[in-house]
Write a protein that binds this ligand. Structure first.
Ligand code: NAD
Length: 455
C-alpha cells in the first residue's frame, strides 16, 4: 500500500497490506484475548483509556503532523481534531460507569430485577479518513471500555494515523490482541465481513454502508452505520447579523475542505436577505488562504483523494449546463497536489447534482426561497437525514421547522457541530444506530435481564 501526501503527491510510506490469513489470525487472537479483557473491572478499563487520553495530548504535535501529511488537512485543523477527540474520550471516561454498571430496576421481598450490560465480544470498526480520530474514538473507546476486543480497520487514506492510534492504545495498557489494526482497503474490509464477528461498526459512504449491512445481515449481530449527508441550512428573513451568519455557514461548508459528513452541503436563503447573504458569503470564501496544509494560516489544503476532483468538476459543469452562475472557484488549481478552488454557485435548483449528491469537497450551492414552506420542502427533498439547520431570531418559526425536519441532528443558529453528550445518528441513507451520548455507550453491549427470586 502506497501512502501519498495529497499536497505534494510524494510517496511518504509503503506498507504491506494484511492478507486474509493474517486477518484471520488477528481475529483468533482477539477472540482469545477478549475474554480476559472483559474480566478486567470496568474501573480498570476506564483507567487504561484515561492513559490513552493523556498520551494523545503528549504526542499531539507528531500525531497532527502525520495526519496532515497523509490526508491533507491543515495542521491547525489536525490539532483541533485531536483536541476534539480528547473531549469525546473525556465524556466516555466520566459517563461510562453510570451507564454500564448493572442496575437494579425492581425490588420486592423475594424478587430482584436487574439489567446487566455485557460486552458484545470481538467487533469490527471499519472507519473513514476524513476525521480518523473523531470517528474512531466514537467506536473504539466505548467499545473497549465495554469489554470488547476491536479489529480496527482505518481507511486506506489514513493508515499511518491508524497505526499510531494502535501504538498509543497499547502503550496505555490495552493488550495488543485486544486492539489490532487491520492494514488494507476494500479487500481487508471484505475479509472482516466474512469472519464471525460479534458486531460491525462502520463509518463511510452510503454505498459501502448499504453493502456491508446486506452482507452481514444473516449473522444477526449489531451493525451500526454512520454514513454521508447532503446537509441543508436555511437562513430566514428574521435575522439581524447576516454577514456574521454567512461567515459561520461558510466555515460549516468549507472546514476540512468540505470533507465532513455534517458539512453544510446546501444553503437556502430567504429572498429578503439573499443578496446580503450571498455577498458576505462569497467575500468570506474568497478570503480563504489556500496552500500547503503544513503552512501556518492555511485554511484550505488539498483534497484527500485525487478522484474527488473529477466528481467536483462534474458537479460544477452539470450546474452550469442547467443555468447556475459561478461566483468563485469552479476548477482544480494548476499546481501539484489535489487542490480544488473553493467554489460558490448560485441560481441553483434541485435538479442539479450539486444540490442532490454528496459533494464532500469545497463547493456549495446557494438557492433563493420565498417562504418557510418552500424551504422546508427543498430541505426534505433528499434521501439523506444526517443534520439540518435553521438560522433565525424567531423561536417559534425555528421550533416549527426543526420539528418537521427528518434528520438525526437539528441545529438552531449553528451548523457542522457534534457534541459527545448528544446522540450522533443518521436517518435513511445517512445511517443506522447512534454513537456518542449514553446511547453510544450502551451500543457496544448486549443487555441481560436478571430475574432473581431468592425463595
Ligand atoms: P468509504 O465507504 O469509501 O470507505 C469507508 C471504509 O470502508 C474504508 O475503511 C474502506 O476501506 C472500507 N471499505 C470499502 N469497501 C469495503 C467493502 N466492500 N467491505 C468492507 N469495507 C470496505 O468511505 P470514505 O471515503 O472512507 O468516507 C467518506 C464517507 O464517509 C462520506 O460519505 C462521509 O459523509 C461519510 N462519513 C460519515 C460520518 C458520520 O458520522 N455519519 C463520519 C465521517 C464520514
Amino acid at each position: 500500500m502506497q501512502i501519498i501526501n495529497p499536497a505534494t503527491e510524494e510517496l511518504i510510506a509503503h506498507l504491506d497490506e494484511d492478507n486474509s490469513t493474517q486477518i484471520q489470525t488477528k481475529f483468533e487472537k482477539a477472540r482469545q484475548a477478549q475474554k480476559s479483557w472483559a474480566q478486567f473491572t470496568l474501573t480498570d478499563r476506564i483507567e487504561v483509556l484515561r492513559k490513552f487520553y493523556e498520551l494523545l495530548a503528549e504526542y499531539k504535535q507528531s500525531l497532527g503532523e502525520i495526519l496532515t501529511r497523509e490526508m491533507g488537512k491543515p495542521l491547525a485543523q489536525a490539532y483541533n481534531e485531536i483536541n476534539g477527540a480528547r473531549g469525546r474520550i473525556e465524556f466516555f471516561l466520566e459517563n461510562s460507569a453510570n451507564y454500564l454498571n448493572p442496575e437494579t430496576v425492581w425490588k420486592e421481598p423475594g424478587l430482584e430485577e436487574k439489567i446487566a450490560y455485557e460486552s458484545l465480544g470481538v467487533i469490527a470498526n471499519i472507519s473513514a479518513w476524513n476525521y480518523p480520530y473523531l470517528v474512531g474514538v466514537n467506536v473504539f473507546v466505548p467499545g473497549l471500555i465495554a469489554g470488547n476486543a476491536v479489529l480496527y480497520k482505518p481507511s486506506e487514506f489514513t493508515t499511518l494515523t491508524g497505526l499510531e492510534i494502535g501504538k498509543l492504545l497499547h502503550q496505555a495498557g490495552v493488550p495488543e490482541e485486544v486492539f489490532q489494526v487491520i492494514i488494507g482497503g476494500k479487500e481487508a474490509g471484505e475479509t472482516l465481513l466474512s469472519l464471525p464477528l460479534d458486531g460491525y461498526f462502520f463509518t463511510g459512504s452510503y454505498k459501502t454502508g448499504k453493502y456491508i449491512y446486506e452482507k452481514v445481515a444473516s449473522k444477526m449481530v449489531p451493525c451500526q452505520l454512520e454514513l454521508g449527508g447532503k446537509d441543508p441550512v436555511y437562513v430566514l428573513d428574521s435575522n439581524e447579523n447576516i454577514p456574521g451568519i454567512a461567515r459561520g455557514i461558510a466555515d460549516g461548508a468549507f472546514y476540512n475542505n468540505g470533507q465532513s459528513c455534517c458539512s453544510v452541503e446546501r444553503i437556502y436563503v430567504h429572498e429578503k436577505v439573499y443578496e446580503d447573504f450571498v455577498n458576505a458569503f462569497t467575500e468570506e470564501v474568497k478570503s480563504y488562504k489556500i496552500g500547503n496544509p503544513e503552512e501556518t494560516g492555511v485554511y484550505v489544503g488539498p483534497l484527500t483523494r485525487k478522484e474527488q476532483i473529477s466528481v467536483l468538476e462534474n458537479q460544477v459543469q452539470d450546474a452550469l449546463d442547467k443555468g447556475a452562475q459561478l461566483l468563485t472557484g469552479g476548477k482544480a488549481l494548476d499546481r501539484k497536489g489535489y487542490y480544488f478552488a473553493p467554489t460558490v454557485l448560485v441560481n441553483v435548483n434541485a435538479s442539479m447534482l450539486v444540490m442532490r449528491e454528496e459533494s464532500f469537497g469545497p463547493i456549495i450551492g446557494i438557492q433563493k426561497v420565498s417562504s418557510d414552506e418552500e424551504a422546508l420542502a427543498l430541505m426534505q427533498d433528499t434521501e439523506y437525514g444526517l443534520t439540518t439547520g435553521v438560522y433565525t431570531q424567531d423561536t417559534a418559526r425555528a421550533e416549527k421547522l426543526l420539528a418537521q425536519l427528518d434528520s438525526g441532528s437539528a441545529y438552531w443558529n449553528c451548523c457542522d457541530r457534534v457534541s459527545p453528550r448528544l446522540p450522533w445518528s443518521g436517518r435513511r441513507h445517512s445511517g443506522l444506530g447512534a454513537t456518542l451520548s449514553h446511547l453510544g455507550i450502551r451500543a457496544f453491549t448486549k443487555p441481560k435481564g436478571y430475574h432473581l427470586r431468592n425463595s
